[in-house]
Design a protein around this ligand. Structure first.
Ligand code: SAH
Length: 386
């Protein structure tokens, strides 16, 4: 099938962005999802794309050529993405970061011998058999799990499901070693594909700035991923989450690493921050890794209120010279807005803070400059000047 797009649609591809929206599609003769040829209104061939007839994002660019997109094509693309990850000192990492790796709507994470994939568009769903064959050929996994249970699939008219598509993938958690820290990831049920792989580089960065023998606080710890890294340097770490299940796994992880200096606290981070402030507690290192407060553009103003509150309270807890690592994974909260919020929080907290680093997601989640959607995670490492 051939889909015809407007000049504006074609322009988006020329500018390096893979998406063409419904409003820039001029003719779509058969409303069948899959891989389609795309031309402009003069019939000039523009390339091949994934086509989603029900989605606002109608076309996702795959290739400028007219080659056959078969299992071998997916294998080569996945293998090239894998080669770009060579040397990552962890057994779990993202092999394919969708648009960030030129494979729109496809996510593949590797957890040791297992692959966990997400097919996030209707066009890609049609290519499932070839994509799967490509994963097997490029990664030779013992098992492939499809974590197709993310809400994005609803925009594509696709069902939510978690299925083992090849081999076996244990229901019990799989061990991950990340820069020498061991933890378990529940591939079938854990958040995202089992763990927050996007924070790996940031954990190492914060650990390097953790005062040896000091006190550290890890808020929104989930199963303790930052806390474990901090506990290798700090004398005492308090790890906080509202989920008792996540904390139970955190405790297991501490044991697995032979660490006995982490206190696990089930609490609402907003309440606990107020309590710690009242008690005038002081920390040398604080990590703030909240869930996305802004899920839509409309919710940004309210979300900023929440971000500012936790940040200004965390800033007040810092010892002189103490370090705060703070982040936002809300795509709609863009970098400049995030920075403005931090400045306002520092103002209200009455603290002078120095920027040590501005970060994004780990290097296996490539952020492409002209595809802003590939970058959602922003982090700032700040040091209290006095
Ligand atoms: N830091 C983690 C990821 C955190 S994800 C890592 O690097 O792996 C966000 C976490 O915040 C989830 O575990 C969720 O249970 C927790 N959470 C959400 N709202 C919360 C709240 N108000 N107080 C405390 N924890 C909360």
């Amino acid at each position: 099938m051939t889909v015809v797009v407007s000049a504006k649609g074609a322009d988006r591809w020329h500018g390096g962005h893979p998406w063409i929206y419904r409003t820039d599609v001029y003719a779509e003769p058969k409303r069948e999802p899959g891989i389609v040829h795309v031309t402009d209104r003069r019939g000039r061939f523009l390339g091949q794309a994934l086509y989603s007839p029900q989605s606002e994002i109608r076309l996702r660019f795959l290739t400028p050529g007219d080659e056959s997109i078969d299992a071998g094509w997916w294998r080569d693309r996945i293998a090239a993405a894998l080669a770009r990850r060579a040397g990552i000192p962890a057994t779990a990492y993202r092999v394919v970061h969708a648009e960030g790796d030129g494979l729109p709507s496809l996510v593949i994470d590797r957890y040791g011998p297992y692959a966990v994939a997400q097919l996030l568009s209707a066009g890609l769903e049609r290519a499932r058999a070839d994509v799967l064959a490509g994963i097997l050929a490029a990664l030779s996994p013992e098992g492939v799990l499809l974590r197709n249970d993310t809400a994005i699939r609803r925009h594509e008219g696709l069902p939510l499901e978690v299925v083992v598509a090849h081999g076996t993938v244990p229901e019990t958690a799989v061990e991950v070693v990340e820069h020498g820290v061991r933890y378990l990831a529940a591939l079938h049920t854990g958040q995202k594909t089992g763990a927050f792989l996007d924070q790996r580089d940031n954990r190492v960065l914060v650990a390097a700035h953790t005062r040896p023998g000091g006190r550290a606080l890890d808020l929104f710890t989930y199963h303790g991923s930052f806390a474990l890294h901090l506990a290798r340097h700090a004398a005492q770490v308090i790890a906080v989450d509202s989920s008792a299940d996540a904390l139970a796994r955190g405790r297991e992880h501490a044991k697995l690493n032979g660490l006995d200096n982490i206190t696990w606290r089930e609490a609402n981070a907003f309440d606990l921050l107020r309590e710690l402030e009242r008690r005038e507690e002081i920390f040398d290192t604080v990590v703030l890794d909240p869930p996305a407060f802004a899920k839509t553009k409309l919710s940004v103003p309210k979300a900023l209120g929440g971000y500012k509150e936790i940040n200004l309270r965390a800033m007040r807890l810092l010892a002189p010279g103490g370090v705060l690592f703070t982040c936002s994974c809300s795509y709609h909260v863009h970098r400049p807005v995030f920075q403005e919020m931090l400045a306002a929080a520092a103002h209200d907290a009455g603290r002078r803070l120095e920027f040590l680093a501005l970060t994004g997601a780990s290097s296996d989640h490539p952020e492409i400059l002209n595809i802003p959607e590939t970058g959602y995670l922003k982090g700032a490492l700040l040091r209290a000047v006095d």
